[in-house]
Design a protein around this ligand. Structure first.
Ligand SMILES: Cc1ncc(COP(=O)(O)O)c(C=O)c1O
Length: 389
């Protein structure tokens, strides 16, 4: 019996079960493609570890998440003094902004960016300086370095959310070299596991060379543990220690440590899941382009469709799929299974080819079968090579 049907019969038998089912329903919705989660339940070994954890949930976790810090440090082969743990990359980002910047300081963010950063900046009382992405969804690193001259923090997401684009390692290192040494560079690598190994930054070298860099990572995406809220930061000892010193006592539960240990031990299975998503991303991107819908060159577990003169939200609103719409009409869609890709393609193909489905009437012939660059940032002006990763 499937999970949903098992829960249905339980719910019919007992109102308390019905309430539990309502709470869990959004988390098991196969049409949920808006938050870049993994659609698969945790790996069997992780589930077994979590079951063990539940049996010990009457106990507090460690005072500070020292075991988890050791696990991460050993796995990445970095000294513990370079690692801090937090409740998701989000928790660490906010902690960093509150600890290392003062209200009124500037923070440089690309536009669009993972919207969490706008909230974190606001919570820390920072003044946001926005730098638009270029026409292909890439960062304008020269403009960002320029804006960073009098900023306290500059954020670079690699891959970027929502466009999935990847700046080259050389460009990133040059960019960091141009940022003042007293400006913190927050390099967000939330989706790094979906990036080809040859295109990843050598973080050991990076944090050894640049004491002002903080790399943020998460177990929410490729590891499929978004609900547990586990993230970590890698930085030179001074910044890592600042983050570690602000760790909430008893703030990371033992289940998180068990889940990470089990995930690392099941590395091969995890790699298979990642390879599946990467292959599905290529398939979906290729089919979208073939249908005439331009997508940016994504290196993450989602695809991004710029507005291109039409609002994708009008198209997806009645599709039954939950996708992430942006105010300019663009859309970000999580890559999941072949089934969800087919649903997305069905919606897009009908909108581009069927007169009834297209909100602005017939698709202009020029758009069909001709994927091309479309403005991404609000004031996009620069056109450049599509793939610089
Ligand atoms: C670029 C980026 N950074 C950070 C996060 C947040 O990650 P976490 O779940 O670890 O807080 C997300 C989540 O979507 C993201 O897209």
């Amino acid at each position: 019996m499937g999970r949903a049907s098992a829960m249905t019969s339980a719910a019919q038998a007992d109102p308390a079960s019905a309430q539990l089912r309502n709470i869990l329903a959004p988390a098991i919705d196969p049409c949920a493609l808006s938050l870049n989660e993994s659609a698969l339940p945790p790996l069997p070994a992780v589930r077994a570890a979590m079951a063990d954890f539940i049996g010990a949930a009457n106990r507090y976790p460690e005072f500070l998440p020292t075991r988890l810090r050791t696990l991460v440090a050993d796995h990445l082969e970095v000294p513990q003094e370079n690692v801090a743990i937090g409740p998701g990359a989000s928790g660490l980002a906010l902690r960093l902004l509150q600890a290392a910047a003062a209200p009124g300081d500037r923070i440089v963010l690309s536009t669009p960016i993972f919207e969490g950063y706008l909230a974190f900046a606001r919570m820390a009382g920072l003044v946001t300086v926005s730098v638009p992405l270029d026409s292909y969804g890439h960062h304008d690193l020269a403009a960002m370095a320029h804006a960073a001259q009098d900023a306290r923090v500059v954020v670079l997401c690699r891959p970027n959310n929502p466009t999935g684009t990847l700046e080259s390692v050389a460009d990133v290192e040059r960019f960091i070299g141009e940022v003042p040494t007293d400006t913190i560079v927050l390099l967000d690598e939330a989706y790094i596991e979906f990036v080809a190994a040859t295109r990843r930054v050598d973080v050991h070298r990076l944090i050894a060379r640049f004491p002002n860099v903080v790399v943020l990572r998460t177990f929410s995406k490729a590891y499929g543990l978004a609900g547990l809220r586990i993230g970590y930061a890698l930085a030179a000892p001074e910044l890592a220690e600042l983050l570690w010193s602000l760790q909430l006592p008893f703030g990371i539960n033992t289940g998180c440590t068990l889940a990470v240990a089990a995930s690392y031990a099941a590395h091969a299975q995890l790699e298979q899941r990642i390879a599946h998503i990467v292959a599905e991303r290529s398939y979906l991107s290729a089919r979208l382009r073939a249908a005439g819908a331009y997508t940016t060159d994504s290196h993450a577990n989602f695809v991004y469709l710029p507005a291109a003169g039409r609002s994708w939200s009008e198209i997806f609103d009645h599709s039954g799929l939950q996708v992430r719409n942006y105010p300019d009409g663009s859309v970000r869609i999580t890559v999941d299974s072949r089934g969800s890709s087919q649903k997305v393609l069905g919606v897009v193909e009908q909108a581009l080819n069927g007169p009834a489905g297209a909100p602005h009437g017939q698709t202009p012939p020029a758009m069909r079968g001709r994927p091309g660059p479309q403005p991404v940032g609000p004031a996009a002006t620069r056109w450049s090579a599509p793939d610089r990763g």
